[in-house]
Each structure stands twice: as C-alpha cells, then as structure tokens.
Write a protein that binds this ligand. Structure first.
Ligand code: DHB
Ligand code: FE
Length: 311
C-alpha cells in the first residue's frame, strides 16, 4: 500500500529561481534564504520519497487567463518546463507518475472533487522553485512528481476548507494504491505578500507565524479563514496559502513538525517553510512488544525542540 509519509511547504518566489539560474545564491541577500533550506535538503535526501505530489499554482503559463481550472492534476509522463518570458528555466524536465496520478484522479473524482486532468502540461516557477529548494539542482529530479495546479490567481479560488477536504481525498486515494510507495506532498506558495496596489510590499510576520503554528497543531481553524480575511491579513497573494491546506489535509491529524524556517523578505514575499511528518502507525505497539523504543518516540525525543530558524 502506498502511504503519505510527510508534507512540506515552501514559497515559490520566482526571484529565488532567478538567483539559482544566475548563480547568485551566495550573495548575502540570497544566502540568508538558501541557508534555511540546507537542512531541508538533507531531510529530503534521507527521506527519499518514491513520488512527490506538488500542489502549486500556475502563473498563466500552462493555462492562459482565458481558461483557468480550479484543480488540475498532471497525469502525463512528462511535464516540460514553461517559458515564462526568459526561456524555460534550466532545470530538468519533470517526470510524472501516470499510474498513481490516474488512480488519484479516479478515487478523488468519484469522491466528488471535479479535477481537470492534464495529459499535457508545462510547469512554471510555481512548481520548479520549490523543487529546487527541497532537492537542490540535480541533473534529474530524484523521483517522479505529480503536479496539482490550483487556481489562486483569479477570483474565486477554492476555499481553504475545500482544499483541506481535497487533501483528505488525496490521502484516501494514495492509501488505496496497491504498490508500496512512500509519498511526500508539497504545499507551495505564500507566505504573506502583495505584489500590486496600494498595499504592495505588505508582509505580516505575526500572521505568518500563527499560520505555521496552526498548520501543525490546529489546521481545522485555518480552514475557517475566509478569502477576505486571508487577503486582509496576508496580502492579496497571501491567498496562495489555501494550497498549503491541501498538503495538510493529506496528512494525519497528528503530525510531528520536524523543521521550520522563516525569513523576510525574498523579493516581495515572506518565505515560510515547514516539514511535517506523519507518525509511524503501530510504532508504539510494536515497541511495547519488542521493548525497544518506537522510532516515532525516539524521533520525537530527538526533535523535542523543533529546529526553528528565523532570520
Ligand atoms: C513574487 C511572489 C510570488 O508568489 C509570485 O507568484 C510572483 C512574484 C515576488 O515576491 O516577487
Ligand atoms: Fe505566487
């Protein structure tokens, strides 16, 4: 049986991609951002997922403003890199997992979430920047990626509650896939930012930290935030954070927060990042039988103080 082992969130600021592509990551401004993901890359290299589901938003690359699906699942074998005006980013082509993606489509659509299925789709910085932050810049991405594009660019985006419930449906879908696959789900975008209008440049760190706390401990509360509240507190583009609730809905109710990083700013945006792990099922019982401490408990002890980095 496939299972979701962890969820990660990360901002997708396009300038982060440009800093990587133009070899500027060691400049002090960017170093501050990239340093925060060093541990994350180590975590990813240790976790070695078989597949990642990346919840992200397209920025008028695959879908023009003429046609914007609310939820679009990538079922193709490959997703070419979109040209966002400066040529495609020099990152590896994204390889999909058509079998698992089709299985998710079938399960989730029969659970009454009407996904758009994309058998051909280009992916933009919304997906590639988080991949770089978590995997670095390898020659090939180390595992297949299933893209799930969410409309957060044209009103109305889906509610946080719908996103959370879609995450639950994805969890059910993954857990009914017969092959043993370890899956990591990404929730991308955010945190607080507003790119245009009178409040351009808005950052609300207090709100961001409360959102990160809520994501780990009480995501239900976050699902009750209206779009207007999210935009008032976190800026017009802060509404991207509904995507994080798909990731959270796909995890168990109780999770271990194993890492958190927050820094301001990257371009116009607060960079927030968290890694949440599902607890290993039956670990307590198995440990009681064998009298060895459960992996979860060992890990919980080791990580009693979550690594939190703020800059
Ligand atoms: C920026 C952030 C975004 O999320 C985005 O989609 C475009 C630009 C920025 O901070 O510049
Ligand atoms: Fe964005």
């Amino acid at each position: 049986m496939a299972r979701i082992v962890a969820g990660v969130t990360s901002s997708h600021v396009p300038a982060i991609g440009a800093a990587i592509d133009n070899h500027r990551t060691s400049e002090p401004y960017w170093q501050r951002v990239f340093e925060g993901f060093e541990r994350s890359k180590e975590w990813m290299a240790k976790t070695r997922p078989d597949v990642c589901i990346v919840v992200y938003n397209d920025h008028a690359s695959a879908f023009s403003v003429e046609m914007i699906p609310t939820f679009a699942l990538g079922t193709a074998a490959e997703f070419p890199i979109a040209d966002e005006g400066w040529g495609p980013r020099p990152v590896p082509v994204v390889k999909g997992h058509p079998e698992l993606a089709s299985h998710i489509a079938q399960s989730v659509i029969l659970d009454e979430f009407d996904l758009t299925l994309c058998n051909k789709m280009e992916v933009d910085h919304g997906l590639t920047v988080p991949l770089n932050l978590m995997f670095g810049s390898p020659k090939e991405w180390p595992c297949p990626i299933i893209p799930l594009a969410v409309n957060v660019v044209q009103f109305p985006p889906p509610t946080g509650n719908r996103c959370f419930n879609l995450g639950k449906a994805i969890k059910k879908a993954v857990e009914s896939y017969p092959q043993d696959l370890r899956v990591v789900v990404f929730g991308t975008g955010g945190m607080s930012h507003q790119i245009s209008g009178q409040r351009a440049g808005l950052i609300n760190s207090k709100f961001d930290h409360a959102f990160l706390d809520g994501l780990t401990k009480n995501p239900k509360k976050l699902t009750r935030l209206s779009h207007l509240e999210l935009m008032r507190e976190a800026g017009a583009e802060g509404v991207e954070m509904v995507m994080w609730l798909i990731m959270r809905g796909a995890l168990d109710e109780k999770v271990d927060e194993v890492y958190r990083f927050y820094t301001v700013p990257a371009s116009n945006t607060a960079v927030g990042h968290i890694i949440l792990e599902n607890r290993i099922k039956g670990a307590k019982k198995a440990a009681a039988k064998s009298k060895k401490p459960a992996p979860k408990l060992k890990r919980a002890a080791a990580l009693q103080k979550v690594h939190r980095v703020r800059s």
